[in-house]
Design a protein around this ligand. Structure first.
Ligand SMILES: [Zn+2]
Length: 46
């Protein structure tokens, strides 16, 4: 059974995905906070 079709469909879905960031924790280096989405995208807060 080809699993690639499922994977590509999942990837295509992520294009339209709207990130919902929630706080993951503090960053001791920048003094800010890390925010991450369920899809795995992480960005630094202010
Ligand atoms: Zn996301």
């Amino acid at each position: 059974m080809p699993l690639l079709s499922d994977a590509s469909r999942h990837t295509r879905r992520r294009v339209l995905h709207v990130h919902r960031f929630r706080r993951l924790g503090d960053d001791p280096f920048s003094g800010g906070s890390h925010y991450g989405c369920r899809c795995g995208v992480v960005r630094a807060g202010f």
